[in-house]
Design a protein around this ligand. Structure first.
Ligand SMILES: [Cu+2]
Length: 319
């Protein structure tokens, strides 16, 4: 891993402050796309149910100062930091697609190019997959978490569900299995525009609870930017508040938590502190939360219960 992925927390906080200023100064509309969609190999991985919007709120700024998060217990170093760049440490996310059609499923093809200029084909399996793909609209609606398929030449094909018009950002999270980046987790992204009249949905107010499919999720934890804090999630049934104790493993854990930052769609993946072991997870789940910058973060909690995958979304304020 590069030196950039090893800066200290103190240095990082300073860098973040600078980055925040840079973001304010350079808000530029970047992401946007609308998708289409097919759908990945896993049932239940499409979560495009949220209304999407786009527009003014879809500003994307690239804050390179935040690239590189230091390693922490239970979590490898991450190259690419907040995921807003298409390159880090010599690795680059490439795609010929800058637009995708609106309202109809269409494949999104991309390649990870290594420092040697060749497509990377050897990836380490992380949370049961060689690559995790996320699509998010600039207003943080339309979240999709997919597992694309790779051809022998290193071309990946993601099949997002139909995308609403607007600015989107496509993220790839992966760990090379060979080469100079072997063992380093990367998160890189590219903007995609989906043509058409786009309407931005205001970000829902910060709240510690959210409901999804009859489940109520309650989040506890005071989060500060750039610092690791414990975050706990409690799951209960919405109907009678009964604690949920039958969570089933999803990607080797009882919940998968992905977060995007309001304004620039910076990315964070929160790692569970305990591995899944059988279909009896819950009602309380713990995560290492380290969000790279202050502001509002839209959190998407995915969990499997009663044989179905559910996604709860809530807004968390990070100071
Ligand atoms: Cu995934």
């Amino acid at each position: 891993m590069s030196a950039s992925s090893r800066i200290s927390t103190a240095m990082r906080r300073r860098a973040l402050a600078a980055a925040a200023a840079a973001v304010l100064a350079t808000t530029l509309a970047a992401c946007g796309s609308s998708g289409s969609g097919g759908h990945g190999a896993m049932p239940g991985t499409h979560h495009g149910a949220m209304p999407s919007a786009t527009g003014a709120a879809a500003a994307t700024a690239t804050a390179t100062a935040t690239s590189g998060m230091p390693g922490m217990p239970g979590m490898g170093a991450t190259a690419g930091g907040d995921g807003l760049s298409d390159h880090a440490d010599g690795y680059r996310l490439t795609s010929a697609a800058t637009t995708l059609p609106a309202g109809t499923p269409a494949p999104y093809r991309f390649t990870v190019v290594g420092p040697d200029g060749r497509p990377v084909t050897a990836f380490r399996v992380d949370q049961t997959k060689r690559l995790h793909f996320y699509a998010i609209r600039s207003d943080l609606t339309g979240f999709q978490h997919l597992h694309p398929v790779m051809a022998q030449d290193g071309t990946w094909t993601a099949r997002p569900a139909a995308l609403a018009p607007g600015s989107w950002r496509m993220f790839a999270a992966f760990t090379p299995a060979a080469g100079p980046g072997a063992g380093t987790a990367f998160v890189l992204s590219r903007p995609v525009t989906v043509p058409g009249a786009a309407t931005a949905t205001p970000l829902p107010a910060a709240s510690a609870t959210a409901t999804a499919d009859g489940y109520t999720v309650t989040v506890k934890g005071d989060l500060m930017a750039g610092m690791e804090h414990p975050l706990t999630v409690h799951l209960a049934t919405s109907k009678d508040g009964r604690p949920v104790t039958g969570l089933q493993p999803y990607l080797d854990s009882y919940a998968h938590l992905t977060a995007f930052h309001e304004g620039d769609a910076a990315f964070a993946h929160l790692h569970p502190t305990t591995a899944a072991d059988g279909g009896h997870g819950g009602p309380d789940l713990s995560f290492h939360a380290e969000l790279p910058k202050p502001g509002n973060w839209r959190m998407f909690l995915q969990f499997r219960a009663a044989g179905a995958l559910h996604t709860a979304a809530l807004t968390l304020r990070v100071s």
